[in-house]
Design a protein around this ligand. Sequence first.
Ligand SMILES: Cc1cc2nc3c(=O)[nH]c(=O)nc-3n(C[C@H](O)[C@H](O)[C@H](O)COP(=O)(O)OP(=O)(O)OC[C@H]3O[C@@H](n4cnc5c(N)ncnc54)[C@H](O)[C@@H]3O)c2cc1C
Length: 381
Amino acid sequence: MDFELTTEQKSFQSTVRSFAEKEFRPYTQILDRLEDRSEEIIRRLGELKMMGIAVPEAYGGAGLDSVSHALALMEVSRWCGHIGAVMTAHSLYCFTMMTCGSHEQKIKYLLPCASGEAIGCYALSEAGAGSDISKIRTTAVRQGHEWVISGKKEFVTNGNISSYCVVAAVVQDREGEKETRFFVLDLKAAPGIGIGSADDQVDIPAFGTSELVFEKAKVSEGALLGKNNDGFGKTLSSLDMARVGIASQAVGIGRAVLEESVRHAKTREQFGKPIGSFQAIQWKLADMATELDAAELMTLKAAWLNDNQKPFHKEAAMAKMYASDVTMRASIEGVQILGGHSYRVKHAMERHIRDAKICQIYAGTNEIMRLLIAENLVKGN
Ligand SMILES: Cc1cc2nc3c(=O)[nH]c(=O)nc-3n(C[C@H](O)[C@H](O)[C@H](O)COP(=O)(O)OP(=O)(O)OC[C@H]3O[C@@H](n4cnc5c(N)ncnc54)[C@H](O)[C@@H]3O)c2cc1C
């Protein structure tokens, strides 16, 4: 058993660390200023091949492994959870294309995104279909050599900045059987697609989330992803990698919270002593550090399982659930350690608590992760 990263992983981690520190350090307290620079930062991430880390070079990516992808998200999210969220949503698009796309579809739709020239997004959720995705109402109807897509998606991260999107829609076969399938769309080329402006989200103000409205949007028959006998479950498997991505985001945010808490505990004096000398504060720091280390190990293990072609569906859910729960806990304790100082809008700690909270919700809430883990345990997986 080896806990050491490989030389290549260490070198990549160090490149991302330097990049993130240089790009984000001046803006960590005043995020509004970062918003003006978000697009430029994403362009730079693309140049560094960080928008397609685990995508093979043949399809425009960096050709690295899932562990490197997780490490990069930890480093970026340590400074900026918002850009971490943009990267995770974009990666979810890329993973879906990798899992379900044909070679031709990958060249056309994955390559521009993995190389960082274009952004991708993933549209699954609808007004009536959040945790319960069997309630998807968007439809895709075959008409000659085209598919006609109608419906409305909500909460699409990167929706307003993406060129390409994978969309889940219900199709009906000749026997009347219905099943949900994914389609890949060029958002700028297909007629009948409306892109709502970014919602006023509590979180990820870098770009927000958008509605995507499909009004009899016509796309070619080549837009359908996956082979005919691929069930929806197989095409949904890209969510496992996204969950490892969210676990990584959470670990990065948690590290930032811990560093800020330790710094404050060492420098803030009350009753003539640094508050870090009080046991009540020390216990909080010890719990935060221990839980974050465990979360990091679980996250890297899930990524490693994927790299080694081993099942990681349950482990991805465990890492996402645990890392986001302990980071949320650490954020609440971090606010407590900083006292009133943290309770200022635009203080980094105030932002961390929002960034941590969303990790418990998207790509399947933590309640759904618990159901999924238990379901696998009962099945003996
Ligand atoms: C900032 C942000 C970005 C997002 N980005 C995307 C995106 O890019 N693409 C996309 O498709 N979606 C995206 N989403 C949607 C996200 O995945 C959903 O919000 C999430 O899956 C939960 O669905 P819901 O909000 O409808 O909550 P609901 O499903 O209505 O759940 C509400 C509450 O009930 C609980 N609950 C529901 N069912 C059960 C059950 N069976 N047992 C126990 N508890 C249950 C939930 O855990 C939750 O606590 C995003 C959401 C946000 C807020």
